[in-house]
Each structure stands twice: as C-alpha cells, then as structure tokens.
Design a protein around this ligand. Structure first.
Ligand SMILES: Cc1cc2nc3c(=O)[nH]c(=O)nc-3n(C[C@H](O)[C@H](O)[C@H](O)COP(=O)(O)OP(=O)(O)OC[C@H]3O[C@@H](n4cnc5c(N)ncnc54)[C@H](O)[C@@H]3O)c2cc1C
Length: 626
C-alpha cells in the first residue's frame, strides 16, 4: 500500500458547534443541519423511500462516510417505512475513519439512538472491509476503510443508489476525479440513481460521460441547487443483464455435501435467508472429520505488509467474531499470545510497530510484548517476546459446529455418502453408492474437507496433511492456561486437557507415533524452554486439506476442476455448483467467510471482501495457470 493510499484517523475539531476537519479545512456537513441535508439531498434525491419499497433488497453505495449521518438517517427512514425492502445494504468508502468518541460527540439529536447502535459495533481504524449488522442482519453496513481510488477498483457489488458526499472538490479533489466517478459508475445497476449536493460542471460532465443522465434540482439550505442522476449508459455492461436471484431460484433450495465447519457455516448462512437446506454427510454426526477437534484456535495472520493472507485472515476473523456473539458458550476469545520463533522474528515485529507498517496497529488489534511481559501474562517463562492478539483465542470447535448446524434447522442426512452429482431439470441431484437418489436442490455447495482429493482432477494442487496434537496430562502445566501459538501451539483448558502440536505429515506417509510426539515436544520447547513435556497420553488427529498457496477454495466450481466420475464437466458450467473447502489449518476463520462469499454470489448482494481477495480464493485460480 502506498503512502497515498494509507488510511488515517480523522482529526476533528469543534467549530462553533460544527464538526470541522483540520485535514481538509472544511466542515463535515451543511451548517443548516446534517440530517436535513441527508434527507433532502441523498434520500429524496435518490427517490427514497419509494425506490426500495417492496424490493427484496436495496444496495446503496456512498463515497465518504464521515460522521455517518447519511447512513444513520437512511437507517431511520428505512425502519419507519412499512413497505421497506426485505434487506438494505449500505456500503461506504472512507479513508479517514472517525473515532467512537467523535461519533458520539457530534451525534445529531435526530439520530442519537442510531448513533449509539453504530458506536457499539464501530471498528478500529484498520484498513479493509468492515461489516456491521443491524435489525437482525436485515441492514448491513459495509465500511471500506481505504482510499477511494483504491476502493473503486476493488468493489465487489452492484448498487441501486449512489450517494456522492465528501468534502468539496476544491478541498478534496481525490473524491471527485473522473477516474473515480467512472469506476464507481461501473457498479451501477441499470436505472440506478445518484444524488449529490455538488453541482460542479466537471463532476456533472464526468458523471454524464460515465453513463448517468444528470440534472440539477433544488438544493438544500443555502445551496440553491444539487445534482441527481439515473444510470442509462449507451452501452450496457454484460453484468447489467443478470437475472435477479429470486427468479433464478424460486424455491430457494440448497444441498450441502459435508457437515464440518465449512458445511455448517453455509447451512446457517442460507437458512438465515429463508432457504431450504439439506446437508449430507457420510459421518455419523456433524463435525465427525477434521472439524471434530475439541479445541481450535482462531486468529488472523499478521504481516509486515498488506499481503493476501493478512487481509483475508482479518476479514475471516472479523466474521467469526461476529458469529461468536450468538454462541458465546463455545468461544473463549480473551487473548492469544503468538510467541516469536526466534530473535530475528521478534526484531521484525518490533520494526512493524516502530514504523507503523503496514499500518498503525490499534491497541485492541495487536500488541507487542517483551519476553518478560508475555511470561508474566501466561505465568510461564517463554523463549522470546510475543505478539498479543487481544481478541483472539480458543474455540470449542466440534461442539460449536454441531450446535450451529442443529440451530440452522437444516435437514441432515448422516451415514450417507454422495457418489456423484448430476444436473437434471434445473436441479442438482445427489446419488448414493447404489445409484439411488439422495436429494435434489437448485444450488449445491461442496464442503468435502480432505475428501476433495478423491474428487478433484489431477491438476488441482491440493495436499492432505495428517495433523496430530499430543495430548498431555494437565498436571505438568499448572499455571499455563488458555491457548498460545508460535512455532507450534499449546492449549490448556484448565481442566486437565492439554494439547501440544501439531504435526504436518503428508497423508499416507505418517511417521512413527514416538517421532510425532518428539516433534510436538520440540515445538513446545521452542516456545517454553523449561516446560516438561511429560507423558503423552495420546493424540487428537485429523486430516487437513490445503491448496499449494495455503488459501482456501471458495467460489464456483470451474469446468474441469472435478473428476468426470463425480460430476460431468458440462454440468458444472452453470454457476450453481460451489466449493467452500481447502481450509488447511484455518477452518475457523475461513469457513464462515466462505459461506458469506457464496451467499453473495448466489443472491447478488455485495460481497463481504474486496475483488482481489475474491480472485485469490477463487478455485479457478489454479486452472487458469495450467
Ligand atoms: C490436528 C489439527 C489441528 C487443527 N487446529 C486448528 C486450529 O487450531 N484452528 C483452525 O481454525 N483449524 C484447525 N484445524 C483445521 C480444521 O480442523 C479444518 O480446517 C476444518 O475442520 C475443515 O473443515 P471442513 O468442513 O472443510 O472439513 P471436515 O471437517 O473434514 O468436513 C468435511 C465433511 O465432508 C464429509 N464428506 C466428504 N465427502 C463426502 C461425500 N462424498 N459424501 C458425504 N459426505 C462427505 C466428511 O464426512 C466430513 O464430515 C486443525 C486440524 C487438525 C487436523
């Protein structure tokens, strides 16, 4: 990320009762009232509430979140409208996020209670897409904390209405550049509307050239005019002609193969949207394979640059944190130390903090602890200092997966193996070992875990890794509580369950038991030089399946990806067969992110992550290289 693209916390001062930006030398909204401006310019200017009435969903894109008045006023208007859309997605781009304190300090009395709701979920100043949920998930606010030029290339959505806000072109021309307006217009649905208080001739001309029919109408307060527009391009993009999903899948039926973390996540995501979900698994119960693990750790993978894994794992971890609120009994997210593997790694981390690279890590996001600090924290002498992930920790994985699958209300067929899939009369039909029909549905998601290897074609670079966690008697670790990661990881549930591991053994080439314990002991000693490995009482073991680039496989099944014996190549061309798999050692943080990506792909909602991250997990990434 270049310096120009870096996000920074907004610096706001009070100027005669109005929030004032020192950065841009301008006030945040009209002196005649921010809510009044939101109602007149953006809501009325986009023909709301009429435009969203009786629609299944409505998507608004905003350039410049500021203090959120446009969002809060839109939320309030939507709530008051009895004919509102089933759901509302509000996506807003902001490079200078405000603080919680400023949101409250400058809250408009007309949206005071909505502001409090916003503040309760307000994210730290961390780049990326942050999702906030209101009204049981019917309203989703996606905050793109990034530079607008950057964001306009990374959006993964199509909108019905565009709010062009932000400081004036004279104060902040980056928001109003032709390239930005042209990029943003490409995400408009046919007949999408736009509104802005800005009447600058170059802005109107650029919007016109980008496909909007624009006109001036009466403005708000002291501004006599404002601009509104309708997207009617001379040449329509291919994506403008997509069929709405309610017409594509009138019966909203979904078949999921695999009842582990990935399958359960998909079941919940679609059941929440009113889909009829059937889950098939060859195991006796849900979470009977890799996801059976009693305790697993969840955290993002920090780095000194904004690489794909850091960004993707942040997005996945945020989704998991949000889900944890519904299942608090299985989540122990009270801090996870990541102990450096050596002095060089610790020094590298120190430089991240000294130079604020890749960005300034907020206190609640990531902290650097010296060896003494981390040893004090966990009550055990460590080899080196650590990173502390304050919001990360331990998850009772197997129980969580079973509970949520049960709570989704999905129909589950256990002890049932799917041998092949066929597309018949617009439905996916699953067949069993004896060629009997098991189930049928409009959409099918494959979550087969390590069984992917049995059905993937030879050119898909996936490896199955046998993982073993040595189980030790808890008595040897009286003070070491919770979870720690680093060169390996250690989990102590405080109730005599201690796991140390885990090994990475190529499936089919597993080592002797004694050697597996020895390798796990070595990992333990790298983290805690004085720890006693003691007597290992056994293993927890499972198979994790990981693509060669260690990123999951999430998205449509590309033709040629699966063997003909499982699904015919001609059948997998129609974008109704998906994969949510290849989770490697990060099933917890990637499963739900994957479910949300697929749900967005099916329903046409905005995606939860940026376009380049979608490409990075798309299963087609491997086939396009061959
Ligand atoms: C030792 C070890 C430690 C780990 N630690 C962590 C950790 O700390 N944190 C973390 O996030 N992850 C961890 N993982 C990884 C995590 O367990 C996996 O990423 C996750 O469980 C994968 O979930 P899944 O749903 O993709 O696969 P699975 O849980 O394996 O589920 C796949 C399901 O598909 C079913 N299936 C497959 N094919 C068919 C078919 N044809 N018909 C019917 N059913 C079928 C299988 O029966 C199985 O139940 C660990 C893994 C191991 C082995």
């Amino acid at each position: 990320m270049s310096e120009k693209e870096e996000i920074r916390p907004a610096q706001i001062t009070d100027q005669d009762g109005h929030p004032y930006s020192a950065e841009f030398g301008d006030i945040y909204a009209s002196r005649q009232g921010a809510v009044g401006q939101a109602l007149h310019v953006f809501i009325k200017g986009n023909n709301l509430p009429q435009a969203w009435q009786n629609r299944p969903e409505f998507v608004i894109l905003e350039n410049g979140f500021g203090l959120g008045t446009n969002f809060l006023t839109t939320l309030k208007t939507w709530r008051e409208d009895l004919n509102r859309s089933e759901s509302l997605h509000f996506v807003s781009i902001e490079k200078f996020p405000v603080s919680k304190e400023d949101l409250l300090r400058f809250a408009d009395p007309d949206v005071a209670s909505e502001t409090v709701e916003l503040v309760q979920q307000w994210p730290d100043c961390v780049p990326g897409v942050h999702r906030l949920y209101f009204d049981d998930g019917r309203v989703v606010l996606s905050l793109y904390f990034m530079d607008v030029a950057f964001a306009s290339k990374k959006l993964a959505l199509r909108y019905d209405a565009l709010y062009l806000d932000g400081f004036s072109p004279a104060k902040n021309d980056a928001m109003w550049k032709r390239s930005v307006l042209t990029s943003l217009s490409k995400f408009a649905k046919p007949e999408a509307t736009l509104a802005t208080w800005c009447v600058s001739s170059h802005v109107r001309e650029d919007l016109h050239n980008a496909g909007f029919e624009v006109q001036k109408v009466q403005g708000f307060g002291k501004k006599s005019q404002m601009t509104v527009g309708i997207y009617r391009p001379k040449f329509s993009h291919r994506r403008s002609q997509e069929v709405p999903y309610s017409e594509k899948y009138p019966d909203r039926s979904l078949l999921i193969i695999g009842a582990g973390m990935a399958g359960a996540a998909c079941a919940c995501e679609f059941a929440r949207r009113g889909w009829k979900v059937t889950v098939i698994d060859e195991g006796r119960v849900a979470a009977s394979a890799a996801s059976a693990i009693r305790y697993a750790i969840a955290h993002f993978q920090p780095a000194g640059d904004e690489n794909l894994l850091f960004r993707l794992s942040r997005a996945g971890f945020d989704v998991l944190k949000e889900i944890s609120r519904d299942f608090p009994e299985y989540f122990h997210l009270n801090g996870l130390p990541q102990i450096a593997r050596d002095e060089t790694e610790y020094k590298k981390w120190e430089r991240w903090f000294q130079n604020n690279k890749p960005f300034q890590f907020p206190h609640n996001f990531l902290r650097l602890l010296s060896r003494e600090e981390v040893s004090d924290l966990i009550g055990y002498g460590t080899s080196y200092g650590a990173l502390l992930h304050p919001a990360a920790g331990l998850v009772e994985a197997g129980r969580f997966v079973r509970e949520r699958l049960f709570s989704s209300g999905a129909l589950c067929l256990f002890n049932t193996r799917v041998s092949s899939l066929r597309r018949e009369e617009g439905k996916w039909v699953a067949y069993g070992n004896a060629g009997e029909e098991l189930a049928r549905a409009a959409v099918c998601i494959l979550c087969p875990g390590s069984s992917l290897l049995k059905i993937a074609s030879d050119n898909v670079p996936v490896t199955n890794w046998h993982g073993r966690l040595s189980l030790l008697s808890g008595e040897e670790f009286p003070k070491l509580k919770g979870a720690m990661t680093g060169p390996g990881y250690v989990i102590n549930d405080g109730d005599n369950w201690v796991g140390v591991g885990a090994t990475y053994e190529r499936e089919g080439a597993s080592m002797e038991e004694r050697e597996a314990h020895r390798q796990n002991a070595e990992k333990l000693h790298k983290m805690f030089p004085n720890a006693v490995f003691g007597t290992a009482i056994g293993f927890y073991e499972g198979i994790r399946s990981a693509p060669s680039d260690r990123l999951p496989l999430i998205g449509s099944v590309p033709p040629g990806f699966l063997i003909e014996g499982f699904v015919s190549e001609k059948d997998s061309v129609n974008d109704t067969l998906f994969l949510n798999t290849g989770m490697g050692s990060r099933g917890l943080i990637f499963s739900d992110l994957g479910a949300r990506i697929i749900a967005a792909q099916v329903t046409g909602e905005p995606y939860p992550i940026e376009k380049d991250l979608l490409d990075a997990v798309n299963p087609a990434r491997f086939l396009s290289r061959t």
